[in-house]
Design a protein around this ligand. Structure first.
Ligand code: TYD
Length: 212
């Protein structure tokens, strides 16, 4: 299993259901690190790899057209490329890696489609560096759906339907790794950002003092 001790960088993951505000927060954190001249990269999943492109194309057509297991394989292949091409090299180079979604999304979203969350976790942990912090931005499902409808002017697709997202949220709520930090996503954007920043600054201080 990959361990965080082999890397020099810091892996920060932002997770949550659709509409939780994780993309906004991940970008805010990344910009804040850049402004402070802290070497950082930002990335998101699904990525733009051939697998990620397939996932996005399926999302537009309707994900009903693919079996959960096949879709799961696409997410795994996408992540394998992401880890080896971008995440691991950046961590080896000592950077802060900010991710908008990671394997906790697979545990929650593909788990909510009926796949075994523990199997998903085991398969991912076999090749994924574990995060130093995984922020779970928590909002009621209805709030997420309303935000998607109002702010993005989108009709929630299959992946964003309320019942499905309820299941996803329940799995997110059941995660209890020591690196998970839950944040109330109903708070103001600036407040959520401040909370994330405070935690990341603690990690940075630990890394500098060599105790982390
Ligand atoms: P999302 O980040 O919401 O994309 P966008 O910025 O285009 O809104 O991700 C797209 C969808 O993919 C989202 O509904 C969650 C889903 N997803 C999974 O089902 N499993 C995964 O492992 C990941 C990373 C995402």
């Amino acid at each position: 299993m990959t361990s965080r001790t082999v890397t020099k960088g810091i892996l920060v993951v932002i997770e949550g259901i659709d509409g939780a505000g994780k993309s906004t927060q991940a970008r805010m954190l990344y910009k804040d690190l850049c402004r402070r001249n802290i070497p950082a990269i930002f990335s998101r999943e699904p990525t733009d790899s051939i697998y990620g492109q397939k996932i996005r194309a399926l999302a537009e057509k309707g994900r009903e057209s693919i079996k959960p297991e096949e879709e799961y394989r696409l997410f795994i292949n996408d992540r394998k490329a992401h880890v080896s091409n971008l995440i691991s090299p950046a961590l080896e180079a000592g950077k802060v890696v900010v991710l908008d979604r990671y394997f906790f999304s697979t545990i929650a979203y593909q788990g909510a489609l009926g796949l075994d969350p523990e199997r998903i976790r085991a398969e991912n942990e076999a090749f994924c560096p574990l995060p130093d912090a995984a922020f779970l931005i928590d909002i009621p499902t209805k709030v997420g759906i309303d935000r998607i409808k109002n702010q993005r002017n989108e009709t929630p697709n299959l992946f964003e339907k309320e019942q499905y997202l309820e299941k996803v949220a329940r799995i997110f709520a059941s995660l209890d790794d020591e690196f998970i930090i839950r944040i109330d996503g109903k708070s103001a954007v600036a407040e959520v950002h401040q909370c994330i920043r405070t935690h990341v600054d603690t990690l940075l201080k630990k890394a500098v003092s060599g105790s982390g």
